[in-house]
Every structure is written in C-alpha cells, then in structure tokens.
Write a protein that binds this ligand. Structure first.
Ligand code: NAP
Length: 214
C-alpha cells in the first residue's frame, strides 16, 4: 500500500519506518521537508520518503495522522479536503494540552473527540481511531509485551475502512483488536489518556498496555 504518515515526531518516524520495513511505500509528511531534515532531533527513516503534508497525502491509499493533537486540524487543512476525500485516515493522535504543565489536560472530551472533529471537518474521509492508547514502540512491535496479548481498540463509522485498518494492525502484530463501534468510540479511548499518563508515572515506564479480559 502507498501510505502517508503525517508527522515527523517519534511516533510518525517509528510507525512510518515499520510500515516501510513491512513492504509498504511510505512517505512521511511535514510542513517543510528541508527544515525538518535540518532539525537536531530528526533522523532519516530508512525506506521512507519525506514530503510536505499535501504531497505526502496526495497519492496515498491510506493516511496516518501522527501529528500533535493540537495541530491536527491545521495539518489536515494543509493536506486539503480534496486530497483527503475518499481516503482512510488512521488517527492515532491524542488531544493533549501541555500548556499548563503536567499532567496534560484534554483539548476535547466527554461529548466529542478529536477524531470526530476530524471526521466532521472532512466528511468524505473515512476516519478510524486506533493505536492512541499505547506507546509508539508497542504500536509497531506489540509482541515485545506479553507476547502481543493486549488490546488494541478501533472505532470508526465506515466498516470497510475499519476492516482495512484491522488488516494493517494484524500485519503489525496486533492480535486482540477490539471494535468499539462507530467513531463516538474515540471519546473513550482519548479520555483514557489521563489514566495512561498516571500509569506511566506509577510504573516508571511507557512500556505497558491495556488488556480487556472477557
Ligand atoms: N509518544 C507516543 O508514544 C504516543 C503514543 C500514542 C499517541 N501519540 C500521539 O501521536 C501524535 C504524535 O506524537 P509525537 O510525539 O510523535 O509528535 P508531536 O511532537 O506531538 O507532533 C509532531 C508533529 O506535529 C506537527 N506539528 C506540531 N505543531 C504544528 C503546528 N503548529 N502546525 C502544523 N504542524 C504541527 C509537526 O510538524 P512538522 O513535521 O512540520 O514539525 C510534527 O510532524 C500525538 O498526537 C501524540 O499524542 C503518541
């Protein structure tokens, strides 16, 4: 698949790199490729290209949103509605607000979610929320914890899009994919972040996961 991973932070680079390793044609999206290459914290991702958000998304079969939650709507506006129309958008972002320090608060919650805001802004795009409830190392190598026996949530309005994303999750090694139904399911998985952040402090590591036993 041709996959655009929007985002050049640790998450975008890790997810993009793993998808490239798995044989996908990956382009990372950023505001300014030259400025990003010059960034001290930026490492080139083997096997993946780097382009503007719009150029990365243009020819993609599937788009991954790995951008800062507070910037997600601005980034997608740079990609453009026409470019995103009809595409599956995997949203793994979190609407975290660090402006008042730690712990972060949520930019949207309760009766809405970032994923739903994206879906409303781009009604012709098929948004699937997933992967936001785990650290990025586990997104790409779930087998490193409990042999991969932990839960990966998906939520979205389009059944075909969710099936496509579930296929990709299976390629990454996610064995327990739990479908929460329509995109309002994104509210719960975004609102689990205060617990996730607390657990990271309590356990002293981001290397843990949720398992729904049923
Ligand atoms: N860290 C984890 O393990 C983890 C786990 C689950 C979910 N997440 C979520 O994954 C997402 C990515 O996290 P991250 O830590 O890799 O990166 P990040 O620092 O949260 O976001 C980096 C990306 O956001 C873009 N961005 C930031 N401010 C922008 C602005 N004002 N306008 C346009 N673009 C802007 C950057 O664009 P440029 O490339 O142009 O700089 C960059 O591509 C976040 O939503 C995070 O909550 C993270």
């Amino acid at each position: 698949m041709r996959i655009a991973v929007l985002g050049t932070g640790a998450v975008g680079r890790n997810v993009g790199g793993r998808l490239a390793e798995l044989g996908h044609e990956v382009t990372l999206g950023t505001r300014d490729p030259e400025a990003t290459r010059a960034r001290e914290d930026y490492e080139e991702v083997p096997g993946a290209g780097l382009a503007t958000f719009a150029d990365a998304a243009r020819d993609a079969d599937l788009v991954v949103n790995a951008t800062n939650g507070g910037a997600t709507l601005a980034v997608l506006a740079l990609a453009g509605a026409e470019t995103l129309a009809g595409k599956v958008l995997v949203d793994l972002s979190n609407p975290l607000d660090f402006s008042r320090g730690m712990p972060p608060t949520l930019l949207v919650k309760d009766t809405d979610s970032l994923a739903e805001q994206v879906q409303r802004a781009y009604p012709d795009t098929r948004v699937v929320k997933t992967l936001n409830t785990m650290n990025n190392a586990l997104m790409v190598h779930p087998e490193t914890l409990a042999g991969g026996d932990h839960t990966t949530f998906v939520a979205g309005d389009d059944a075909e899009a969710k099936a496509k994303v579930s296929g990709l999750l299976a390629e990454l090694g996610h064995r327990d994919v739990l479908d929460l139904g329509d995109l309002t399911g994104a509210r719960g998985v975004e609102m689990i972040l205060p617990l996730w952040v607390r657990l990271m402090g309590t356990l002293g590591t981001p290397h843990f996961q949720f398992k729904v036993v049923r």
